[in-house]
Design a protein around this ligand. Structure first.
Ligand code: ZN
Length: 127
């Protein structure tokens, strides 16, 4: 196929081929750089992801530790009061044992069940 091409044609052909090769090399370089950038980003994201997962599990452990001891769980006696209240009975000092109306809620009861009673035994029954 190349036999009958004259010198100038041959030169043109070579120049064109040479240019194409250079373009190809340039493209491959660019592609390589893009691949490198993507791999780099991927590595950074993996590290960041790992870091965030550690933070999340630390935070979850911390929360479990604090709620588990305090507000998360009621003492057995309060748990019983809560059950009574959920069945529709007052558990507060004011109305203990009386029925709540349908859908009624009592702040005294809620305070008795969930309130902070660290000041000792609840007052009441003075009369
Ligand atoms: Zn009540």
């Amino acid at each position: 196929m190349v036999e009958r091409i004259n010198k100038s044609d041959l030169y043109d052909h070579f120049a064109r081929l040479s240019q194409q090769t250079q373009d190809l090399v340039a493209n491959m370089k660019r592609l390589q750089e893009e691949v490198n950038a993507v791999l780099e980003e991927n590595a950074e994201l993996s590290i960041e992801n790992e870091h965030l997962q550690q933070l999340v599990s630390q935070q979850a452990a911390k929360e479990a530790a604090t709620t588990g001891g305090e507000s998360g769980k009621l003492t057995p006696s309060r748990e019983n009061l809560k059950k009574l209240y959920q069945r529709g009975f007052h558990v507060c000092n004011e109305y203990f044992g009386k029925r709540l109306d349908e859908g009624e809620s009592c702040t005294f009861c809620l305070d008795t069940i969930y309130g902070d009673h660290s000041l000792g035994a609840p007052k009441g029954g003075d009369r």
